[in-house]
Ligand binder design. Structure first.
Ligand code: AMP
Ligand code: MG
Length: 326
């Protein structure tokens, strides 16, 4: 198993040294845990793609300490980027702009752009400070699977990598991946919804478009099938739940609001009604449901919409877009 390290200054220095040697590190952020590597090293980036079995066309987000470091990673840092970073950094907003050579081509699937984000998690920031340069970090899970929101999840995902250090950062505060906003085009576009919503962005930069689910041309990780448990997962509206469950004789896991009525031979994985708490717990709950030894996971989409709920709906739709694999 990988080693989970307490985030002491010695361990942070050790991890920064690993990054300098072209190796990867498990790093907590406020969104999900990442698998970090040196953004400028094609060899380091290639290793991260290989560890995740991630298609090399799916670009990585470059994590930066602050605006000054972002400016070394991108060209065209304009007034919109400045306003957004002033308002939301450090935080869960990745901004796509044309890249500089500091960010290697492989890390962005050969694109001329890169998504940059300054994470708020103090451990991620300490690592960025110690390393001194951008850290490319995709979510620390095998490609297509659930993102990890604890150090133990990362250890599970990369069980075969005995020497991978993972910095302990506690459970992730946001729990869903960052908002990805493309500023490389004339009209800004949200490529992936997250905790920072269109309503948050528009007062600062004017109209923002939202890309349709499954449009994977510009943003491969946003394909319809993603963020999925290994167990066949199904989306069932609350009004159809009772009749769907009646048809299932084998025990299933139901991920739904606390208080949802579920016959006793099935198992309810109760979710909170508060959007922030729901987002925080979604992946950990899906992991628990995945480990429950059931043939099917049924997710009842929250009746709530808007704000963070939209990001939760987005991930739930993707989690249930798969064909069975077990
Ligand atoms: P992950 O690393 O798993 O959080 O996924 C990062 C996601 O951000 C990718 O799958 C893309 O959807 C998006 N992304 C990152 N960089 C770019 C970019 N340069 N252009 C468009 N989308 C990007
Ligand atoms: Mg990911």
């Amino acid at each position: 198993m990988p080693v989970i390290l307490a985030p002491t200054s010695e361990n942070i220095a050790l991890c920064a040294e690993r990054l300098r040697r072209g190796l990867s590190v498990g790093v907590p952020t406020e969104t999900v845990y990442g698998l970090g590597c040196d953004s400028s090293s094609e060899a380091a980036v290639a290793e991260v793609y290989a560890m995740k079995s991630r298609p090399q066309s799916n670009p990585l987000i470059a994590h930066v300490l602050d605006i000054a470091m972002a400016k070394k990673a991108v060209v065209g840092w304009d007034v919109r980027a400045q306003r957004l970073a002033d308002a939301f950094w450090p935080g869960p907003l990745a901004i796509v702009l044309p890249r500089r050579a500091e960010i290697c081509a492989l890390s962005v699937g050969g694109r001329s752009s890169v998504a940059v984000r300054a994470p708020a998690h103090p451990v991620a920031r300490a690592l960025l400070e110690a390393f001194g340069r951008p850290i490319s970090a995709p979510s620390a899970n095998r490609s297509g699977r659930l993102s990890p929101t604890s150090a133990a999840h990362v250890a599970e995902e990369f069980a075969a990598f005995a020497d991978l250090p993972i910095l302990e950062g506690g459970p992730c505060e946001v729990g869903l991946e960052s908002t990805v906003l493309d500023l490389s085009r004339a009209r800004p576009m949200i490529l992936r919804p997250g905790a920072i919503t269109r309503k948050d962005l528009e007062p600062l930069i004017g109209p923002v478009a939202v890309s349709e689910i499954g449009h994977q041309g510009t943003s491969p990780g946003t394909s319809a099938q993603h963020y999925a448990p290994e167990t066949l997962s199904e989306l069932v509206d609350e009004k159809n739940l009772a009749s769907r469950l009646d048809l299932l004789t084998e025990r299933v896991a139901v991920v739904a609001f606390a208080g949802t009525r579920v016959p006793s031979h099935h198992e309810l994985f109760a979710m909170p009604r508060h959007a922030g708490a729901y987002a925080q717990l979604l992946y950990a709950t899906l992991r628990r449901a995945d480990a429950a030894g059931v043939t099917t996971i049924i997710i009842v989409p929250p009746s709530e919409h808007g704000g963070l709920w939209d990001a939760a709906h987005d991930r739930i739709r993707r989690a249930t877009a798969y064909a069975p694999r077990k």
